[in-house]
Write a new protein. Sequence first.
Length: 254
Amino acid sequence: MPVLSLENISQEFGGLRALDAVNIDVAELAIFGIIGPNGAGKTTLFNIITGFYVPTEGSLIFQGRNVNGVATHSIARLGIARTFQNIRLFNKLSVLDNVRIGCHGVSKCGFFSSLLGLPAMLREEKQIKEEAVRLLALVGLYEKRQEYAENLAYGEQRKLEIARALALKPSLLLLDEPAAGMNTGEKAELMDLIREIRQDMKITILLVEHDMNLVMNICERIAVLDYGRKIAEGSPFEIKSDERVIQSYLGAGA
């Protein structure tokens, strides 16, 4: 059974059809890519998966459950986390605190436990700090854990956002243009990091990305959107060889 199934997903905004009957199945532990030109509907699809939008038509099935209309915070607790195309960090907080905030998204102690400083809350806070430190080590930011997030280089901020998403302990991680603004070396490190996350944490990864070198080298399966429709799906080799994809997105030079 797929971890995620999009069944005839359509989305309209004031009569404009941003997505039109999109069907995608994402297998467990896959690294699955979604590509397409600007305006193809990729980010709209991510917003549907994470509960920001309720699809106009169709069903969103996560781990066998229809999650249409489930609130964003509940989606996160079910096991779906994401990063954003435009980095969204708490710039005036430390690198460590940014990840700790992510951990609190799935914490168990409630308001009164925190207010009263009960032993259960103190134990959980210790566990949260340990988990945040572990995730920062994973993405290579442990040495900068006490710096303000705004002082990190752009590529490091991307990694911090990934660490914060992982703090939610997801089974499905959505990466929205994770390589945007990175240089060649940073992109190579990112590919290694994505593979390591999938291998070590047993997480399924769904990514939107414009860098075709990264997509073709890391994704096992790719879906192509154009004007809100899925025009192709297959292995990287199949996608590179598809005439529809070449004409609408990759270009004749591909």
